[in-house]
Design a protein around this ligand. Structure first.
Ligand SMILES: Cc1cc2nc3c(=O)[nH]c(=O)nc-3n(C[C@H](O)[C@H](O)[C@H](O)COP(=O)(O)O)c2cc1C
Length: 184
């Protein structure tokens, strides 16, 4: 960033990194940690792949199997936090989001774009997380109906830059992402 006081450029850098994560499987932004709250109130975090980052709409998307525990959690409490650390840019991006679970006709185009070899990620039998008799006592058929897109509308963004002098800022949707510097 040229002007360290530029809140707009700071946010722009975060979006640039997220777009890179979608486009480039080797980018650290490709694999955010995705945290939800279980129906019994327990925090649950896991790695996911970032599939879309849309700055104008303030949205990111993740693909999942509709039978996973995260999807069950989101049905009860449709909020998720994403955390991304990009070592090369010294940047941490934290997103607080409200999530819509899209399936069926709403995600036909996305399903068509999932490589055939990857479609087995959606349809594991028994359901993901079910105890099984041995390590490989499961099947992975591709099941179109189990494919879900988690559309995460961002409510809040927290950025931390660990350069020589640390910088931190928060941005909220409700004021049009104007941003505020925070003590790091
Ligand atoms: C590198 C990596 C990428 C992953 N990407 C996804 C993903 O995009 N979507 C997903 O549902 N699970 C993904 N997983 C698996 C999840 O971390 C998790 O094990 C699985 O979704 C079940 O989580 P849950 O029971 O908490 O829902 C990925 C795991 C790793 C290690």
């Amino acid at each position: 960033m040229n002007d360290p006081d530029d809140l707009v450029a700071f946010l722009g850098k975060a979006w640039q990194e997220m777009r890179r994560g979608v486009a480039d499987a080797r980018s650290p932004a490709r694999h955010p940690t995705f945290a939800t709250v279980s129906p019994s109130g327990v925090p649950e975090a896991r790695t996911v792949a970032l599939r879309r980052a849309n700055e104008p709409d303030g949205e990111v998307e993740v693909h999942t199997d509709a039978a996973t525990q995260k999807t069950e959690a989101l049905r009860q409490w449709p909020r998720a936090a994403l955390n991304i650390w990009i070592p090369g840019s010294h940047l941490q991006i934290r997103l607080t989001t409200t999530v819509k679970i899209l399936t069926g006709a709403f995600v036909e185009r996305e399903w068509d774009r999932v490589p055939v070899a990857s479609r087995v990620s959606y349809g594991t039998t028994p359901d993901p997380g079910t105890p099984i008799q041995g390590a490989f006592a499961y099947e992975k058929p591709p099941v179109r109906e189990r494919f879900a897109v988690l559309r995460c509308a961002i409510d809040h963004i927290d950025l931390v830059y660990l350069g020589q002098k640390h910088q931190r800022a928060a941005y909220v949707r409700e004021d049009g992402w104007q941003g505020t510097w925070l003590a790091p």
